[in-house]
Design a protein around this ligand. Sequence first.
Ligand code: ADP
Ligand code: MG
Length: 270
Amino acid sequence: MPEELISAKGQIKRMPIGIKGLDEHAEGGVPLGSSVLVTGAAGTMKSSVCFNAIYTEASKGNNVLYITLEQSYVSLLNQMINMGFNFDKIDVTIIGSDPNIIRQKIKQVNASKKGHLILSDLASLRATIKGKGATENWWDTIAKIVKTMKKETNITAVVLDSLNSLYVLSDFKEPRNKIFHIYNFFKQLDVTTFFVSEMPKDASKYSEYEIEPFLADAVVVIQLVERNRKVTREINVAKMRATKVSVDVFTLEYSKTGFQALYGGKMPLV
Ligand SMILES: Nc1ncnc2c1ncn2[C@@H]1O[C@H](COP(=O)(O)OP(=O)(O)O)[C@@H](O)[C@H]1O
Ligand SMILES: [Mg+2]
């Protein structure tokens, strides 16, 4: 479905990012259908923040899709179980790229009333394929999975973890065109999409080609900041189209009650 023109302020429907204190400063979340770039160095909890966002969406009864090119599903789920996510509230369905398995799993998804978090583990598949020769069409594989899942299970949100892995696996001769095409692909399907992007440790750029933030509808930046020999995570929304958003830097905390953004550079709760 193409973008729709609104007729009055406040009509835009939104999906919360799922971080207390941050959504409140962004009119409640990202406009539905947005392309959201989540960027940060290693260990800044990009994957966890994205997982949390679509987990929250699934816990409302929606189907969502997490595509992992980086971590196997076991590694990803272990991290989330360790963080205390409650997997009674939602169903988790693991798929790879095999169309037969996908067909079976779609039946399971549609047979239950709970929201499903569909986890497409392309990282494990990637590990079994040696050499460059067999990897030419990763984007086509991803696009096919996303299209099928939209059509058959009506997914509302997707995480692509990560763009950098996709670059390694696919031919990106004209990155500006290709990235525009990728963002647009998800927008046309009317899904809100979180793209994980690696930032170098010196924070010299937000993404590989430096154009990803310009083309994205929203950009969330997470950084590790050292103060008095203590490292904290800081989060800010560098950009969110069609939204009155605070561009302040918040301290990002994770506790039993979930993610929280503390205002005004407050020291984290210990
Ligand atoms: N329960 C927890 N509370 C806070 N941080 C955690 C918890 N469990 C794991 N972490 C931290 O999360 C980090 C990994 O998060 P992840 O989302 O995989 O980061 P990224 O995707 O940015 O590399 C690790 O550095 C780990 O220390
Ligand atoms: Mg990660």
